[in-house]
Design a binder for this molecule. Structure first.
Ligand code: HEM
Length: 488
């Protein structure tokens, strides 16, 4: 055993004291180093998606996608691209239960030959909001109340439903979140969705809109509300344990990647805005195209190093994949790397799990916890003193995005907030419709009447039968402002 300076530690049981009974000596550097390090063991938890589980594996295409994208990892069926995946809940803190009602994160880092590509998705295909500027308010409403620290997911339901009821575009997300998909049975049995719209560009410079779907080999399986509640008590780490034990037993966990593609010129011909993250694209018009498979087969050896320090970002794209104008996506492209520079430090991409497998070469230097030791006198470009190196790579984007318009703060005009929510409800089996209504009632019974009224109005606009079921289900219930018992 040594100190961090490599000096032998000969006694790790007794601190340095005056006599055997103390007091302690300030020059017990061995104690100070050990305790000071312990005092700094926690880093800030993710501002959302704090509780998560990770796994390593690989991704492999079934056939080349060259017709649509030049992304190199999507070309050759014999290439296995290493991946790291992190599944997560959204609202709870780092030590919270896995089986609460919440979207689940489904974040994939592809270590490609053109650098890292992150597909940072969720297990539900739509989102609560369509403009990133609302995200901090949304998360504030869901997380701990500023006075009591009780989150909406526990019993401060008023705050969640207050925000939701005043945000009609969230109605579609609610029909997914309060179905049993809000409580998946296993990370191995849930779908993943990119949610936002990206652009694929092929070698000829032709672009197409793309939405991503992961399909679990085992099919989708969920817990019902009562099972989920029970697991929160008896095994709060149920989903984490399930993933880890499965992989440890030697079983591989498989998902299929599918995409929906839309020609850019079809964009304005829909009855919804295809770049609106509160909408899905109908699969009969934009069929799922299988792309490849992902196999997860290795557990992290060190949770902190590989899972807690993992940094995914929807802005981490590779050539052949570009951003659409989706306002939610645009806001996300700033937020992730920004929080990671705070959460992990400016050199967070040097941490092993985040480092590309390909060499990194530029003139960014120094900063806290810099591990590379650069040599030479040239740290600028253009230069002649280092033969112009590192020099710009060849290629670059060939697709020309043309945008014009007035600079404004305005809602999109084609909001169509309720149609897909109603269609989603009507597409559910009878039992799933009952579960959705039942899950909603169990939550809504705790909220104040005016908020409840607004929620029911929105859901009635989606589907009158659903609205009626809720109104009937909630009728006659005594609504207390501060419920002491709740049934989630
Ligand atoms: C404007 C909207 C959004 C903003 C501003 C936002 C912001 C964030 C932030 C700041 C984090 C923490 C990152 C970290 O500390 O490493 C995060 C995590 C995450 N977000 Fe979002 N988010 C948004 C919407 C979404 C959407 C639509 C999805 C799904 C498609 C999503 C999926 C995730 C996932 C999976 C993680 C966890 C990544 C991990 O496992 O480390 N987010 N988000």
């Amino acid at each position: 055993m040594t100190t961090n300076q490599g000096v032998p530690v000969t006694d790790n049981q007794n601190s340095l004291t005056v006599g055997e009974r103390g007091p302690m000596m300030l020059h017990d550097v061995q104690f100070i180093e050990k305790m000071a390090h312990f005092d700094r063991e926690r880093i800030p938890e993710r501002v959302v998606h704090a509780k998560g589980a990770g796994a390593h594996g690989y991704f492999q295409v079934y056939r080349s996608m060259e017709r649509y994208t030049k992304a190199r990892f999507l070309q050759d069926p014999s290439t296995r691209t290493p991946v790291f995946v992190r599944f997560s809940t959204v609202t709870g803190g780092r030590g919270s239960a896995d089986t609460v009602r919440d979207p689940r994160g489904f974040a994939v880092k592809f270590y490609t030959e053109d650098g890292n590509y992150d597909l940072v998705g969720n297990n539900l295909p739509v989102f609560f909001i369509r403009d990133a500027v609302k995200f901090p308010d949304m998360v504030h409403a869901f997380k701990g109340a500023p006075d009591s620290n009780i989150p909406s997911a526990s019993s401060a339901h008023n705050r969640f439903w207050d925000f939701i009821s005043l945000t009609p575009e969230s109605t579609h997300m609610i029909t997914w979140l309060f179905s049993d998909r809000g409580t998946p049975k296993s990370y191995r049995m849930m779908e993943g969705f990119g949610v936002n719209t990206y652009v694929w560009v092929n070698a000829g410079g032709t672009a197409v809109y793309v939405k991503y779907h992961w399909k679990p080999k085992l099919g989708v399986q969920n817990l019902d509300r009562h099972e989920a509640t029970r697991f929160s008590g008896v095994d709060p780490d149920y989903l984490t344990r399930d993933l880890r034990e499965t992989i440890a037993s030697g079983e591989e966990v498989e998902y299929e990647l599918n995409v929906q593609l839309m020609n850019i010129n079809e964009e304005l011909k829909q009855d919804f805005d295809p770049l609106d993250a509160t909408k899905t694209w109908p699969e009969d018009k934009f069929p799922l195209i299988p792309v490849g498979k992902m196999m997860l087969n290795r557990n992290p050896a060190n949770f902190f190093a590989e899972v807690e320090q993992a940094a995914f970002c929807p802005a981490s794209l590779v050539p052949g994949i570009e951003f659409s104008a989706d306002k939610l996506l645009q806001g996300r492209t700033f937020s992730y790397a920004d929080t990671q520079r705070y959460r992990l430090g400016v050199n967070y991409l040097q941490i092993h799990v985040n480092r590309p497998l390909v060499p990194v070469d530029n003139n960014q230097r120094d900063g806290a916890m810099q591990f590379s030791s650069f040599v030479g006198s040239v740290n600028y470009e253009p230069n002649s003193l280092a033969s112009g190196m590192p020099k710009e790579a060849l290629g670059g984007t060939q697709y020309i995005h043309r945008v014009e318009g007035e600079v404004t703060r305005r809602k999109i005009s084609l909001t169509n907030d309720f149609k897909q929510a109603g269609a989603k409800y009507r597409s559910l089996s009878k039992i799933n419709q009952e579960h959705l209504a039942d899950n909603l009632i169990a939550d809504l019974m705790h909220i104040d009447k005016p908020i409840k009224k607004r929620v029911i109005e929105n859901l009635t606009k989606a589907d009158s039968q659903l609205g009626k079921l809720l109104a009937e289900g909630l009728e006659g219930l005594t609504i207390t402002k501060k419920p002491t018992r709740h049934q989630r």
